[in-house]
Design a protein. Structure first.
Length: 301
């Protein structure tokens, strides 16, 4: 690689406000999973998910800091601005989920039966998990697109909403596979098709933005994204009407939770979660459509 005559190391990567936020992310993430692994402990799918979040986010953050400090990101076939903005938003969502789940399932007030030392380690891990979320949220706040600023698409409100939409869809899919009985009616199968189609297209939009390949497309990317978002709003409107009717109407389902339904294994609970997050994603797509009218797309930053 030829020298450009500039400095080999980018000190701003660790001294700027965004760089400091990333250093805090690395510190808090390492501290959190170290406390859990050393003495706090974890079990079941919930604990495994939390450990995955902390280790995954730590590894990617170290990768980002290293690439920016050494200028290695210029050698990657990525739209770096889109990549870092997308990851910051995803890490914010994942870290806040883990920060809620871990204390909910593993922290208790008393020492029995786990012992006071384990309890204290779990409380400390929960505190640092909360700080980790704040650090990632700070990066999203610092790097988001300002009014009138030409920036990477994923740093705009519309781009950030794409990450949230995909994350909410993953929650819906998790509830669907948890004995939601979606195959009972063709109408609820249509809703699953809506969730799947919108999730796949949203991920494709994010992938093209992060890889910086939007300029290679034979059709106008920005116009296609707006048209897709409008279509996603219509599809989610249909799901927002159909799913509650076929799950909670007396003719097809149950308006109230069955009294004999076991906790954690009740289809009605999964159906309720899906209904709630269907409306959440509908709202996100409406906001996305509104903001997408006001942004400028940049193919590669």
């Amino acid at each position: 690689m030829e020298s450009t005559g500039g400095p080999y190391l980018n000190t701003a990567a660790v001294t700027s406000p965004v760089g400091i936020a990333r250093l805090l992310q690395m510190t808090f993430g390492c501290t959190t999973f170290s406390l859990v692994a050393h003495q706090g402990g974890f079990s079941a799918a919930y604990g495994t998910f939390c450990m995955f979040v902390w280790t995954f986010c730590f590894a990617i953050t170290v990768f980002i800091i290293t690439c920016e400090f050494t200028h290695l990101h210029s050698c990657l076939s990525l739209s770096w601005g889109n990549f870092t903005a997308a990851f910051a938003m995803l890490a914010t969502l994942m870290s806040v989920t883990a920060a809620v789940i871990y204390p909910l399932y593993f922290v208790q007030v008393g020492c029995y039966p786990i012992g006071c030392e384990v309890r204290d380690f779990r409380i400390a891990a929960s505190v640092f998990a909360g700080l980790l979320f704040v650090a990632y949220a700070a990066e999203v706040f610092l790097t988001r697109a300002k009014p009138g600023q030409v920036t990477s698409y994923m740093a705009t409100i519309s781009g950030l909403l794409k990450i949230v939409q995909a994350f909410v869809a993953c929650i819906i899919f998790g509830a669907l596979v948890n004995d939601s009985q979606y195959g009972k009616y063709v109408a609820t199968q249509w809703c699953v098709a809506v969730y799947s189609f919108c999730f796949v297209v949203t991920v494709v939009v994010v992938a093209f933005s992060v890889t910086g390949k939007t300029a290679l497309l034979w059709f106008p990317f920005e116009r296609s994204v707006v048209i897709y978002t409008f279509g996603a709003v219509l599809l989610y409107v249909s799901a927002a009407v159909i799913w509650p009717v076929f799950c909670f109407d007396n003719k097809y389902g149950s308006p109230q939770r069955p009294s004999l339904c076991a906790k954690g294994k009740c289809p009605w609970d999964s159906q309720l979660v899906i209904a709630i997050f269907t409306y959440v994603n509908l709202l996100l797509y409406v906001l996305d459509l509104a903001y997408s009218q006001r942004i400028r797309f940049v193919s590669h930053l």
